[in-house]
Design a protein around this ligand. Structure first.
Ligand SMILES: Cc1cc2nc3c(=O)[nH]c(=O)nc-3n(C[C@H](O)[C@H](O)[C@H](O)COP(=O)(O)OP(=O)(O)OC[C@H]3O[C@@H](n4cnc5c(N)ncnc54)[C@H](O)[C@@H]3O)c2cc1C
Length: 405
């Protein structure tokens, strides 16, 4: 008989896990997925494209309903899991009967942070995480509402671009002295800023939010240095917090995320976590590729095979905004590293390759990102690059000539 395996969360990590697991061990588990969003799992990464009007919301589903049905998966969406009874191996679901599991996987993702300032709860203050948020933001943009986006990371930039493209006057404010400081060095960030400003987005750096203005609805934002920006809506895109409450309340150890070992198992036997809610070797990843790698490992383990997750080398791509940006590995270059830099700001191109011990360890690309995946492969495989070094900056086709290959 199939063992009952329950997954909490119907997001990207859960969908990948089901895909891998049903390939590796078809029929071994009776899988149930409990998700609180009211739709089939979709590609969250593409929400930015939906907001920018480049993709339709119904086109971002990861798998059609028939795919889930064909694999015998019980899908419960619009359902919130509220409590794990570790001893009885039961999961409570709001408004429904508890369900039993022999194995449980937490794939609960993250929640966007709201700044801890006065006014953060006013009407007109939103976040950018799911398709309901996107519907709301598109309504704002259609009404040409003036929007302030708080946060100049990947998410904030994508929100700002989408809203601007959909018709809103947008100001993007960022606490730090450069955009995407966790992925870009100063020259790359400066170039990105100028490219974003050309799209009509006003960018304010070193902008520390003091409070949001307004009585019941937000009317603007005041910065610590006294500057005020009028706004009809404010979007927080200033970080995420892993959803750990279910695990924590059940007595399962959590730090920032739910602590897991190399097979994604928590301290409670047969209870696993993966994706943004999980913390592996002290790291909570906020990206989809690590979640997919974790899904592969966990599926192999649950299918009875040997597997171990060793952590991920992360890469970031800015997808929308008409500006291509890629960053991976140690892009700043620690002491003792060398950097090869090509900067053609007038033409909107900047490339930096960081080399350490004869290997590529990091890369930043703005403008021309055609070779991004090749650089990422070199970083991940830790291949020696001495032979291709003179041409490496100019991309794969020029570097891997027959005599050099
Ligand atoms: C707009 C946007 C753009 C992004 N762009 C990129 C990008 O370019 N590259 C990249 O790598 N990553 C990007 N990300 C991040 C990426 O989407 C996440 O890393 C990925 O979705 C994580 O997958 P997950 O399954 O862990 O979490 P999620 O996809 O968030 O899924 C978790 C699901 O669990 C549900 N859930 C939570 N608690 C419960 C509960 N108690 N009961 C039932 N259900 C519950 C949530 O509602 C959610 O549906 C982006 C994110 C956003 C929001």
């Amino acid at each position: 008989m199939s063992e009952p395996l329950v997954i909490v969360g119907n997001g990207m990590a859960a969908a990948r896990l089901v895909d891998e697991l049903t390939k590796a061990a078809q029929g071994r588990y009776a899988i149930a997925v409990i998700g609180d969003e009211p739709r089939l799992a979709y590609n969250r990464v593409l929400l930015s494209s939906v907001l920018a009007g480049e993709t339709a919301s119904h086109d971002i589903e990861l798998k059609p309903a028939t795919w889930w049905r064909d694999r015998g998966v019980t899908l419960k969406y619009g359902c919130v899991a509220t409590e794990i009874d570790v001893g009885r191996r039961e999961l409570k679901i709001a408004g429904e009967e508890s369900i039993s599991f022999s194995r449980l996987v937490l794939a609960t993702g993250s929640t966007p942070l709201r700044l801890n300032v006065s006014g953060a709860d006013l009407a007109g203050v939103h976040t950018f995480r799911d398709s309901r948020d996107v519907d709301l933001l598109l309504t704002l943009a259609a009404q040409k509402k003036r929007v302030v986006v708080v946060g100049g990371g990947l998410l904030g930039l994508e929100a700002a671009y989408g809203l601007a493209k959909a018709g809103s006057p947008v100001t993007l404010i960022h606490l730090m002295d450069r955009l995407m400081e966790r992925q870009l060095d100063a020259p790359a960030a400066e170039l990105l800023k100028s490219l974003v400003e050309r799209k009509g987005i006003r960018v304010l750096l070193n902008a520390n939010t003091a409070r949001l203005l307004g009585e019941t609805r937000v009317e603007g934002i005041e910065l610590v240095d006294g500057r005020r920006i009028e706004a009809d809506a404010v979007i927080f895109a200033a970080g995420i917090r892993p959803n750990v409450a279910l695990a924590k309340d059940a007595g399962i150890p959590v730090n920032r995320g739910i602590v897991v070992d190399d097979v994604m198992q928590t301290a409670a036997p047969d209870i696993f976590a993966l994706g943004e809610c999980a913390e592996h070797r002290g790291i909570c990843y906020g990206l989809v590729e690590p979640a997919y790698e974790q899904g592969r490992v966990l599926a192999r383990y649950l299918a009875g095979g040997a597997a171990a997750y060793q952590g991920s080398v992360v890469a970031t791509n800015l997808k929308v905004s008409g500006v291509s940006v890629f960053s991976a590995g140690d892009f700043m270059g620690a002491d003792g590293c060398e950097a090869i830099v090509l900067s053609d700001v007038r033409h909107g191109t900047y490339k930096k390759l960081v080399i350490s011990d004869g290997r590529l360890t990091g890369a930043v690309l703005v403008g021309d990102v055609g070779d991004a995946l090749w650089y990422l492969e070199l970083i991940r495989n830790r291949e020696p690059v001495a032979r291709i070094r003179p041409d490496m900056m100019f991309g794969r086709s020029l570097s891997i000539r027959p005599e050099a290959a």
